[in-house]
Ligand binder design. Structure first.
Ligand code: CP
Length: 375
């Protein structure tokens, strides 16, 4: 790898990943180059984590994220501890997220956490002594899914600028589209087409946070959007995020991608989906060479390998026995003490977490954990 890329990778040592903006555009691109190198030279990296342990703390169901993290560590020569069912941990006895993170960071070298509470990985990262990775927190962020998405675009298109990206389905609760939108907003001449019913539209707070850095339009018609798109990002309408199940039943089949709609797309359009899918992509679309969601899941494993190597500051051929100490989070840890009005925010679920807000560029106060505008 080029020296410049190696320098960017070295800068990630000890860092946490809560959301895509935690890394600069150049750091993310260096990570994709490391991912390419791991794909091309797997043997070089097969023992780089020989004495390292990954802890996967999953408070919410997962197939891809948890197992790809675990496989990533195993393929790097490391070992894995953790839980997939929080009922089997002391969380069920009332242990706080902070205490859990303090304890696990004494055992493991790196932590990947998924939680249904928004901002929970941030609360863990504030108490952990080792790097923490957000593996999805409620409807808030899912940055490693974004790494998998970007890695797939990088390998197929070889660029991020100048693309038109359609996001379709649940844009309100879909943490994957929130993270991808943020990451892609840093590239020139990217256009977004949001395809969603009114009830599941892209949150206005997020669009106003990104301001002029994103160029976007909205439509309810998939047919109208299809011919414009270089990337179509499909999402599942997530039953688990709805308080009103009747509303879920009404909205769940709003958009179904089938062969007829695929025929309206460009010959080199990419179809991505974070998966799992329910009804939103017909099974016969899988045969279309533009359907890349299974490749995307495999890329997710390679980019998580790259992320583990980078956050632990490891280099091929050098065994490191010392624990990599976590650096302070990019987000300031101090702020004004203000209660958050988001009922799913970690500040409203964990008795140890102090509600803190930061002043955003547009003069509003924003929760430091879940990014909700404080009313
Ligand atoms: N894409 C994704 O996060 O899948 P899992 O919920 O199976 O981890």
């Amino acid at each position: 790898m080029e020296k410049k890329i190696e320098e960017k990778i070295s800068a990630l040592k000890g860092r946490c990943l809560m959301e895509p903006f935690d890394f600069t555009r150049e750091e993310l691109e260096a990570l994709f180059c490391l991912g390419d190198d791991i794909i091309d030279h797997p043997q070089t990296y097969a023992h780089i984590c020989d004495n390292k342990i990954l802890a996967t703390l999953f408070y919410e169901p997962s197939t891809r994220t948890r197992l790809s993290f675990e496989t990533a560590m195993l393929r790097l020569g490391g070992r894995v501890i953790g839980f997939a069912d929080p009922k089997a941990s002391s969380v069920s006895k009332g242990e706080t997220i902070g205490d859990t993170a303090r304890i696990i960071s004494g055992y493991a070298d790196i932590i990947a956490m998924r939680h249904w509470v928004e901002g929970a990985p941030q609360a863990a990262a504030m108490k952990s002594s080792v790097p923490v990775i957000n593996a999805g927190d409620g409807g808030h962020q899912h940055p490693t899914q974004t790494l998998a998405d970007l890695m797939t675009i990088h390998r197929v298109k070889g660029k991020f600028s100048g693309l038109t990206i359609g996001m379709c389905g649940d844009l309100k609760y879909g943490r994957t589209v929130h993270s991808l939108l943020k990451a892609m907003s840093r590239y020139e001449d990217v256009k977004f087409v949001f395809i969603a019913p009114d009830e599941l539209a892209m949150p206005r707070e997020l669009l106003s946070e990104l301001g002029d850095s994103v160029s976007w339009t909205e439509t309810k018609s998939m047919e109208e959007a299809m011919p414009l798109l270089d990337v179509l990002y499909m999402t599942r309408v997530q039953q688990e995020r709805f308080a009103d199940q009747a509303q879920y039943e009404r909205l769940k089949d709003s958009y179904i991608l089938d062969r007829e709609k695929m025929a309206l797309g460009k010959a080199d359009m990419m179809v991505l989906h974070p998966l799992p899918r329910v009804n939103e992509i017909a099974f016969d679309v899988d045969e279309d060479s533009r359907a890349l969601y299974f490749d995307q899941a495999v890329n997710g494993m390679y980019i998580r390998m790259a992320l583990i190597v980078a956050l632990l500051g490891l280099k091929p051929g050098e065994l490191c026995w010392e624990k990599t100490k976590k650096k302070p989070l990019t987000a300031p840890q101090e702020g004004k003490e203000m209660p958050c009005n988001n009922p799913k925010c970690v500040t409203n679920h964990d008795r140890e977490v102090r509600p803190l807000a930061r002043l955003a560029d547009d003069g509003v106060w924003v929760c430091q954990y879940c990014d909700t505008v404080i009313e």
